[in-house]
Design a protein around this ligand. Structure first.
Ligand SMILES: Nc1ncnc2c1ncn2[C@@H]1O[C@H](COP(=O)(O)OP(=O)(O)OP(=O)(O)O)[C@@H](O)[C@H]1O
Ligand SMILES: [Mg+2]
Length: 323
């Protein structure tokens, strides 16, 4: 297995002490595969992704579990070894605009920097390669674009530049955290199509993170549904789309706007996700769940097998058996 996350927990230090942001997350990702992570805002998607590259502030973060990449535990690896891996073997497109493009550097300089650091290219070589990469992400007239500053590009083009930087070293794993959220629907589709093509071209695995289940299920072979820091369902995309078992996954599915539905009648799951540190005991979704029984609040139910390759954290649904 290329990537195995085993029982990952992440705690952050806040004024009042430590709070658990991600709790007992486990999943596998083979080489050359696509995985989607979906869940409402605050469910722990970005914290999980940043953990893979160990990008949390060390002094205020506590991590437990293992993240095996090629069998080596990234959480136990010395920082220096990890630095070599970042950007080269595992690349990330960040949700946080702080990590995005530098407004005072040209596109070419920014892509070139990655190439100089990781591949030791000279300035000229880096520029040539930067233009090739812009070509790869289908930016028209790439050679002249390398002299542009980020503000001279549209949002969609800027996102293509981010992708070019991420694939510069032909990573084996690309983590894309909400790569299309700020874009309009047409551009969104184009960017996902580009990611799909590049994945095939480079032969990398992609983790796509989004709050949009429709988007994730269309892109990825496998989908993880997260709620309040924990996984609640892990299944092939088609299963999540056609026969989700967890009531939360069902809610997300119902919340996808359908083209023939009135926008104003859009379904939203009643209630809201609890803040870390204020999670109810037992299943964190129970207070919002129409199926919840008293037992659901007694203890955190385990992830259990519904069918081969389909895990769900809902004893009520599991006891109903195959529907
Ligand atoms: N550095 C941090 N210190 C303290 N709490 C944090 C930190 N980073 C994230 N959190 C908290 O952890 C929880 C999970 O955050 P995360 O960013 O992973 O959510 P997300 O699923 O990516 O949401 P979104 O869809 O809004 O991006 C949130 O409640 C968030 O406030
Ligand atoms: Mg996020």
């Amino acid at each position: 297995m290329m990537l195995s996350v085993e029982n990952l927990s992440v705690d952050f230090r806040v004024d009042t002490g430590w709070i658990r942001s991600v709790d007992g997350v486990s999943f596998d990702l083979p080489a050359n595969a696509t995985l989607g992570i979906v869940g409402e805002s605050g469910s722990g998607k970005s914290v999980t992704a940043l953990s893979v590259l160990r990008l949390h502030a060390m002094r205020t973060t506590r991590m437990a579990g293992r993240i095996l990449f090629d069998g080596k535990d990234l959480l136990a690896m010395p920082e220096r070894a990890l630095r070599r891996l970042r950007g080269r073997d595992i690349a990330m497109i960040f949700q946080d605009p702080m990590h995005s493009l530098n407004p005072v550097l040209t596109i070419g300089d920014q892509i070139g920097e990655t190439l100089r650091i990781h591949q030791g290219l000279s300035g000229d070589q880096a520029m040539t390669r930067a233009a090739e990469l812009l070509d790869m992400v289908r930016i028209p007239d790439a050679r002249s674009r390398i002299a542009d500053f980020p503000h001279q590009l549209s949002g969609g083009m800027r996102q293509r530049v981010m992708i070019a930087m991420a694939i510069a070293c032909r990573p084996r794993l690309l983590i894309a955290d909400e790569p299309t959220t700020a874009l309009d629907v047409t551009v969104q589709a184009q960017i996902l199509e580009l990611l799909r093509e590049l994945r095939a071209e480079i032969g990398m695995s992609v983790i796509l993170i989004s709050h949009d289940l429709g988007l994730v299920a269309e892109f990825a072979e496998r989908v993880l549904v997260m709620y309040a820091g924990s996984l609640v369902e892990d299944a092939p995309a088609q299963t999540i789309f056609e026969q989700p078992m967890h009531p939360y996954s069902e809610g997300l599915l119902r919340a996808i706007p359908s083209p023939d539905e009135d926008v104003f009648r859009l379904y939203a799951i009643p209630g809201r996700i609890p803040d870390p540190g204020r999670r109810p005991p037992g299943c964190a979704f129970a207070p919002r769940c129409t199926l919840a029984l008293p037992a659901c609040s007694a203890g955190m139910p385990p992830m259990d097998t519904a069918s081969p390759g389909h895990l769900v954290r809902c004893p009520v649904r599991l006891s109903e058996g195959i529907r």
